[in-house]
Design a protein around this ligand. Sequence first.
Ligand code: NAG
Ligand code: NAG
Ligand code: NAG
Ligand code: NAG
Ligand code: NAG
Ligand code: NAG
Ligand code: NAG
Ligand code: NAG
Ligand code: NAG
Ligand code: NAG
Ligand code: NAG
Length: 727
Amino acid sequence: MPSVFLLLALVGSALSLDPLPTQDNVTDYAPSMNVECPDFSTTSLIREFSPQNQSLHPSEVEYVSSRLNTTVQDAWNAWLGDGSTLSYNLSAFQGHLPKVGLAIPGGGLRAAQYGAGCLSGLDARNESAKAAGTGGLLQVASYMTGLSGGSWVTGSLFFNNWPTVKDLVYGNGDSLDGWKLDLPFVSPDGDDIFSDDNQYFYGSILWSVIAKAQAGIDTSITDPWARAISYHFLNQTDRKNFFTNATAHGAGQLWSDIPQIPAFQQQLTPFPLIVTDSRPSGSNLTTSLGPESVVYEISPFEIASYDPQLSAGMNLSYAGTHLSNGKAANGSACVKGFDQAGFIMGTSASLFNQIFDFAHNTLQGFSSSDSNTLVYILQRQLRSVRTRGDDVANWPNPFNGLKSDTYQDTKATWIELIDGASNGENIPYGPLFVKSRGLDVIVTIEGSADDTNNWPNGTGSIQTASRLSTILRSTHQQFPPIPQTAGDWVSMGVRQRPTFFGCDPTQTPPEYPLVIYLPNAPPITGDDPVTNTATFALTYPLKHTQLFLDQVHFNTISGFTPNANTPDPNFGICLQCAAVDRARTKITPAVARSSICAQCFQQYCFDPQHPPSQSELPNRKLTFKDPTPQGLTKVTGFLGSNKFKLLGGVIGLVVFIAALSGGLIWWKKRRDKQIQYSQVKNFHDDADATSLWPRAQQGQRYSDYHAEAYELSESEKTLHEPQPRLP
Ligand SMILES: *[C@@H]1O[C@H](CO)[C@@H](O)[C@H](O)[C@H]1NC(C)=O
Ligand SMILES: *[C@@H]1O[C@H](CO)[C@@H](O)[C@H](O)[C@H]1NC(C)=O
Ligand SMILES: *[C@@H]1O[C@H](CO)[C@@H](O)[C@H](O)[C@H]1NC(C)=O
Ligand SMILES: *[C@@H]1O[C@H](CO)[C@@H](O)[C@H](O)[C@H]1NC(C)=O
Ligand SMILES: *[C@@H]1O[C@H](CO)[C@@H](O)[C@H](O)[C@H]1NC(C)=O
Ligand SMILES: *[C@@H]1O[C@H](CO)[C@@H](O)[C@H](O)[C@H]1NC(C)=O
Ligand SMILES: *[C@@H]1O[C@H](CO)[C@@H](O)[C@H](O)[C@H]1NC(C)=O
Ligand SMILES: *[C@@H]1O[C@H](CO)[C@@H](O)[C@H](O)[C@H]1NC(C)=O
Ligand SMILES: *[C@@H]1O[C@H](CO)[C@@H](O)[C@H](O)[C@H]1NC(C)=O
Ligand SMILES: *[C@@H]1O[C@H](CO)[C@@H](O)[C@H](O)[C@H]1NC(C)=O
Ligand SMILES: *[C@@H]1O[C@H](CO)[C@@H](O)[C@H](O)[C@H]1NC(C)=O
């Protein structure tokens, strides 16, 4: 009898909790389930097209074309003036100016910071970039693509209303608080993961993830990862509220809300696209993918693929809805709010299936004896939280039933999305080569780490060129001629200086776009590099970030002088020549290349017949020099020794995942126990549960982890600095 009263009391409290405002709450990470679907007899959430007759989303077309004649036209005028410094007449090009896209590849915080530094060198709002003549390219861009770490800088720019890089990364003392990369991703309060603040942080993150799981959507390690990313790259977290539940820390901000952001409304921004790969659903693949597996792109309007196998897109606002042949099984079973900004960035950076290769018990970058133990621990933990692919981002499949002859996941109810570089294409080129987008110029903000010093060596571009010329031959433009092997990229030096590819097409219209390649490279001055950090370095002291961005900015605005260590005073003009070059052939009669531009192209264009040489680039230092020793390795300090220094961020990432999955396991056990209870009791207990976690249970997990971690340290001396390639 008394339990009835208790139940009633609980019903009462549950009811009084229910109407609480849902704004500014970390639980806003949960999607809304069972929303009314649009009327499928008159509306479709799916847009299908054919590889031969691609169509873009009408809202994308409208945004891009309307900008071209307004903002972008003005930006060209502001950048090139009347064109006379290049010996062109800009007004004669009007209406025919090239369509430009920027690509920002993956590589964790290195790639994000490289992206930021390079963009500041191309931004007309930065005085030194403007003075050098390079500042302005960003403003004429129609598209911007990001992948993994590159998706973080892209998302961050949008969700902070398109500020300057300086304000974005360091804060502006007002509404922007900066990226705070000195606060470790995994243990933001510092070494002691059991400190109150670290526990609050884990608690808040778990609360978000549990809210999503409770709504009935499968979660995975991508979800806590997505939440951690949000604390740094979205706009609601500052140093004062970091360890509180005072704001939602970006939960509830949706990718499909981008069109409402003021800078987008004013048409100040390029059109953003995020790239993510997929592995065939149910394949459990942990190796890198072949080129066949479908690559998706996420715009503010759609999740889509222009790969010929799929050629379809879905209304992003309704992502999270299971559709079959374009329809939901039940007209009230639609989902909204799944496209969380953090989750989009987390999906594109969901590299877990590859760093933890459960099939072979290996962890990328570790010797097998060491990784065996680590992966074993993780696997044990993850198995318990597995609802479905635990190492991927789980998306309900909206494309079920479509393109049954060609689409790999036509029978799948879930698609398994993974890091955008999983097929070896670390640069998000795909969307920019889609034929119907008709891009003329593609700028590569190349912060990949390919070689052992974490410099790019052309691998990503080679992979893309190959996929374009095979799988995507009918749907995409082709890559211009490039050096054929990574060895050539190195020996020819094109990976250490700005290089223009495809300057001299033989057809009209040109058979490929012009690619402007701006690689992360040693300082032209001969100084020690601070920008070739490991992908898994997940903490940067502020001073390092500053030196990093300044070094990249300087290289970006400087070009190179052959056989010297000085900037090229003409680089700004040369970059302008490259950006505008395709306009010459679009008007009739075509205009000849001006002599000043021809001179520039002599130095910066890649001519396969007369390849350049690395020897023209003297005194480039390849080895990373840590400007703030101990800074990057601070995260590992909690182990009570500095033996783990060499492992850098990787161990931090492992610990983070272990912590969060430990919490989820515990929650799942509770939930299983509670299934026998009433809904109301369940609700109450879960609320309780989340506030009790993690201190009690986490200690347990951690002592497990500690014990094994220390065993590992015996063999630590044999470890090498990990060189993971992803994301
Ligand atoms: C967040 O929402 C949960 C349930 O939806 C509620 O219990 C909690 O009080 C809310 N927190 C804040 C800070 O509003
Ligand atoms: C191409 O697709 C559009 C709709 O997206 C359609 O209007 C047009 O007729 C199609 N063209 C051909 C040749 O099939
Ligand atoms: C530049 O082109 C515009 C439009 O074609 C033309 O009116 C103008 O006279 C040209 N200016 C010069 C200096 O040739
Ligand atoms: C943009 O301008 C060009 C040439 O001035 C014109 O042909 C085109 O229709 C315009 N496009 C839009 C969307 O206004
Ligand atoms: C944060 O971003 C959201 C979504 O873009 C926006 O509504 C809000 O005003 C921003 N908040 C601040 C403090 O800039
Ligand atoms: C935020 O709420 C969650 C869930 O109740 C809790 O675990 C966490 O400790 C809270 N954080 C703070 C700073 O109170
Ligand atoms: C993938 O893993 C699941 C769960 O362990 C298993 O049921 C399934 O058979 C596996 N699929 C393949 C192709 O190995
Ligand atoms: C998504 O679908 C809704 C309902 O049909 C519609 O109002 C909205 O415009 C669609 N959004 C996009 C980007 O197509
Ligand atoms: C459709 O979904 C709603 C919400 O989940 C549910 O209440 C209703 O019973 C379902 N209808 C059918 C026919 O399954
Ligand atoms: C280039 O990078 C790839 C990918 O990391 C690597 O396997 C290869 O050894 C590198 N080659 C050279 C010449 O640097
Ligand atoms: C321009 O970039 C440089 C180099 O990163 C930086 O020091 C400077 O503060 C920037 N200026 C503005 C206005 O953002």
